[in-house]
Design a protein around this ligand. Structure first.
Ligand SMILES: [Zn+2]
Length: 220
């Protein structure tokens, strides 16, 4: 498995700080379990976070030192050594550890529900207080998902197969880290179905009449 697409640095920082909601955190954990580059980046973030905390305790952090801390992270994200590190070949990665507790039987035992031609889904359980949802999608080869924007943050982790969109080709282990402004039209380009895990902000807050009314006003 060669991982090309990683979470944004901002997403990794939120993950390290424990501020990602359950669905997103589970998905990022599943990526990190199979991604050496992100494990290294996470250690770096934790080190910088520790240094920031120490400097905050010693004296208030200046904007310049915050910039320095953030540029350290950017430097790391660009480090070619981490990006080009060869990974062992693995054609069927199965279920990364953090997902295993949600998918006891593995990918082969999932009961799929057809939602559109070529598209089936399986909703994974999250706790009642979660503000995000976790859904597995199985998309048949050649299927084109209609062009769509997003109602909020959305993370996709490919587990099997691959798809292509304006952002590139996404295979097993790759994460698409999209914000609400991103629009894309993925097409499955693998000979087998593409199975991916999608975490989205819980849509319920947009569904109520008052939610829709308030959304443009409060900017959520
Ligand atoms: Zn990664």
């Amino acid at each position: 498995m060669t991982i090309v697409h990683h979470p944004d640095t901002a997403t990794l920082v939120s993950y390290a700080a424990g501020s990602l909601d359950e669905g997103f955190a589970t998905l990022v954990a599943a990526h990190i379990a199979t991604c050496d580059a992100c494990r290294a980046a996470l250690r770096e973030i934790e080190d910088v976070g520790g240094a920031v905390l120490e400097s905050v305790e010693a004296s208030p952090m200046s904007p310049a030192s915050l910039d320095r801390a953030l540029s350290l992270l950017d430097d790391h994200a660009d480090a070619p050594a981490e990006r080009t590190k060869p990974r062992p070949k693995d054609t069927r990665p199965g279920v990364p550890g953090p997902l295993a507790r949600l998918l006891k039987g593995g990918l082969d035992d999932i009961v799929w529900k057809k939602v559109a031609p070529g598209v089936s889904k399986h909703v994974l359980p999250v706790s009642k207080t979660a503000r995000s949802t976790l859904t597995l999608l199985r998309i048949a080869p050649g299927t084109k998902i209609p062009d769509h924007g997003h109602g909020g943050m959305e993370l996709t982790l490919v587990l099997e197969g691959s798809y292509r969109d304006v952002f590139g080709r996404f295979g097993p282990g790759d994460i698409a880290d999209l914000d609400e402004h991103a629009e894309h039209q993925p097409v499955v380009d693998s000979p087998e179905a593409c199975i991916c895990l999608v975490a989205t902000e819980a849509p319920t807050r947009f569904k109520s009449f008052f939610g829709r009314l308030l959304q443009p006003i409060v900017g959520i």
